[in-house]
Design a protein around this ligand. Sequence first.
Ligand SMILES: Nc1ncnc2c1ncn2[C@@H]1O[C@H](COP(=O)(O)OP(=O)(O)OP(=O)(O)O)[C@@H](O)[C@H]1O
Ligand SMILES: [Zn+2]
Length: 605
Amino acid sequence: MVGTSAEGARRACRESKVLAVGAGGIGCELLKTLVLSGFEDITLIDMDTIEISNLNRQFLFRKKHVGQSKAEMAREAALKIAPNAKINAFHGNVKGEKFDVDFFKSFDVVLNGLDNLDARRHVNRMTLAAGVPLVESGTAGYNGQVTVHRKGETECFECQPKPVPKQYPVCTIRNTPDKPIHCIVWSKDLLFPGLFGEPTQASQENGAGEENGAGGEEKDLEISTRQPGQSARDYGATVLGEVYHDAIARLASLEDMWKERDPPKPLDSSLITAGLGKVAKASSAGGPRGAAGESASHVLGLTNSHAVWTVEESVAVFVLTIEILLEHHAAKIGMLGFDKDFDLSVDFVAAASNLRSFCYGIPQQSKFDVKGLAGNIIHAIATTNAIISGLIVLEAQKVLLKQFSDVMTTFVQHNPTRGRLLQRIPPQKPNPKCYVCSKAMVRLEIDVKKMTLGQLVDEVLCKSLAFKHPTVLVGPTMHFESGNDLEDDEVLHYGKQRKKILADLPGGPIAHNALVQVEDYSQDMSVEILVQHKVFEDEGSAEFFAVHGEVKGREEGEEGGGDEEGGDSDDDDLCVVVAEGEGAKRNDAEEGEGERESKKQKTLM
Ligand SMILES: Nc1ncnc2c1ncn2[C@@H]1O[C@H](COP(=O)(O)OP(=O)(O)OP(=O)(O)O)[C@@H](O)[C@H]1O
Ligand SMILES: [Zn+2]
């Protein structure tokens, strides 16, 4: 380490209290590196249990640990390396009530090995509130980064805009797909939950379950329910015909839609017959039929996940998956959602999306690629996690030794820049437009005549601005409070408030130019929001509001004046992620290297 006596570093490790959040790919490497570097007082939090798919890189875990707490098993494994270390393990959500500001204050440094923005933003706020330095990290395949955040001295985790997750126009997904990902999103978010689960928020946003939802030229899929006495396989074949023949034929007949592009082609009955033949052959061969969780592709002998199935094979997988789900997983029907670790759901989405792609003349994908795109998986590289965890410990040591001028942001890259795979830059200064660490004002564009208080709280404050328990005030009027300590009558009152339209709220409407105070005691956050009325054209779109960071003091002179609704302000003005939702995870994988290389501050998951 630069300019550090070895003894000083050893003492810093030995005597410091560190909190490591996440015991997954990075977290396992990190815990091992911490104990091998001489850290002796470590607290570890992870909310998850171990899954088979973790074992290839989360090397502290073994097959026998599957189903057990990651934090506790990681602790046990690390104690075998360093029996004298004091390791506290918490199996829980870092957003839980017991991990409050005082809890965070009890550490000298916090180290993140998380995989989602929501938890990262929460930890960012807690470390700011507690005044404890944070070493933040992320990896995506061969790429990774480590950043150090110190209140008032460096940017915080939320100072820079995070990539806005891509959302697809509803009508592209429902009627006019032109890329494999469009068909995958449709299968995963509309068809699969439509058949086997509760429609997800994404499916509702995409118009599933509505008669002629927003933006759709074609009525929703009409899928029959299973008739009494109908076999599961017959039902699967019926669904197949309705989805890929009848609905496509109906859509193709809407001539106005196909002036600019080719109409889709319904699935030919000979292909359906051939596919059903494969199912019959596989089951007459007497092989096991999914009873023990076996997937349809396996039963059909399609074991190479990198191969692209023929259309007949997709037909067979589609029908057999329905059969296996109905026959062997009946208890889960109505509750299923896409899960990359549940092979039947991957089979279904692979087959369903490829059949749709075939109808639309879109190239088909292997099951492996569909799984990656559907689960937004950039395959993890254990070595990247190891490099990143080493860098986390190096930066943590500098912080603990107060060698702040040596602290660096490091990017681990797939391709070398000027011969280097690690690119290092000094930490950035805090962004004065950041509402989190610089207390900047937030300018919020919403349709105050349509948005309810509940939507403001759920979609804008909690989802987009990452508040946990927001309180909403206009002047002296308290419109909304949340948290675990509310009385029953308050819960009832605020439940009613949630349904009210913002502009109609009594005692201080949230209308154009209203100044709203939002506080969250659990995160020690307080933010002023200047509301600007804006009508959003595409009602079906997930983007029904926009958030901008403003340096305080600018807003007064602008009232009703020069800002022209502030509508088209350029991206540099953005200080906050807009509308991060379920769909968020969808297609980061699609963004590709170029985008990532050009945005050095982008956070990798
Ligand atoms: N809010 C949270 N509180 C506590 N732990 C969290 C929270 N959010 C995420 N984590 C943990 O962070 C870890 C991130 O690790 P990683 O990125 O390797 O994900 P994973 O779930 O283990 O792997 P994969 O997503 O590839 O299956 C996970 O173990 C996860 O449980
Ligand atoms: Zn900030």
